[in-house]
Design a protein around this ligand. Structure first.
Ligand code: BTN
Length: 260
């Protein structure tokens, strides 16, 4: 990892206050949670070899050494408890924007957001976000925003290889990991006003998701129940609105959409 370039482009330009880099680390989110008292606003924790990465719902996040981007951004932000989900939508939208800008020459590929915060390229997952919040009861909350992007990895473990891919596999070219990180951080700070404008943010988010009106399998994590539903909308509280065959609407705050 070219930390000199990252420091020059991100710290010296006052976007980030600090980059904490490890050649190897179990999990950038794990490290950030353990050390959050010492991590100041606008710090990133970054590693080239995350050996025990965590995904949503306690799943592992697999990533090959030196091939992908795995980092955690520490952001102190004043937001009400009932607006916390906006940080999820904001971060996933910025991830979408970053990949879109970095892959401008490859227009035949399909890039879409999938509720709640996945990024799919040609219907396969190429990035994920795992967000934690500290200081929930104070006005200024500490967000621990873990981001994984599959960049140049070509082979995936058996259990995920039908569902996961990387920029390299889909675009058939190598990407420079540092460039992706620089673009993400630049876009993250440039667009922060969207976090104050949930209407515009949700409009942008939804218009870059192609799932509405489609029938999908939805797994509820509370009980593992799988139902065939039609995706109707996302509410302003972040809940996913779905309808069943009879047209009855329900709203879910956690769960997973499975596209066949
Ligand atoms: C998901 O399940 O979609 C979320 C995946 C989040 C993975 C990232 S990689 C960097 C950070 N550290 C972790 O252990 N997880 C997140």
């Amino acid at each position: 990892m070219n930390t000199e370039l990252l420091n020059k482009s991100l710290v010296q330009k006052n976007l980030l206050s600090r980059i904490i880099y490890f050649e190897e680390l179990a999990s950038t989110n794990g490290y950030s949670k353990e050390n959050h008292f010492e991590l100041e606003d606008n710090t990133i924790v970054l590693t080239s070899n995350q050996t025990n990465g965590k995904g949503r719902f306690g799943r592992p996040w697999y990533t090959a050494k030196n091939e992908n981007l795995t980092f955690t951004l520490i952001k102190d932000y004043g937001i009400r408890i009932d607006e916390i989900h906006m940080m999820n939508f904001y971060t996933s939208y910025i991830l979408f924007l970053t990949i879109k800008l970095m892959s401008d020459n490859f227009r035949s590929n399909e890039l879409f957001l999938k509720w709640p915060n996945d990024l799919l390229l040609n219907r396969k997952k190429i990035a994920g976000i795992l967000l934690d919040v500290k200081d929930l009861n104070s006005d200024l909350k500490k967000f621990i925003i873990g981001i994984g992007i599959n960049v140049n990895q070509q082979n995936f473990p058996e259990e995920i290889k039908l569902k996961a891919s990387s920029l390299k596999n889909e675009f058939k070219t190598d990407f420079i990991i540092e460039d992706l990180l620089i673009e993400f951080i630049e876009q993250y700070y440039k667009n922060l006003n969207l976090l104050e404008d949930s209407i515009q943010l949700m409009h942008l988010w939804k218009s870059n998701s192609d799932f509405f009106g489609k029938k999908v399998k939805f797994t509820q994590f509370a009980d593992g129940n799988v139902a065939e539903v039609k995706l109707v909308d996302i509410d302003f509280d972040g809940g996913l609105i779905v309808s069943d065959d009879s047209g009855k609407l329900s709203k879910f705050y956690s769960g997973e959409i499975n596209i066949e």
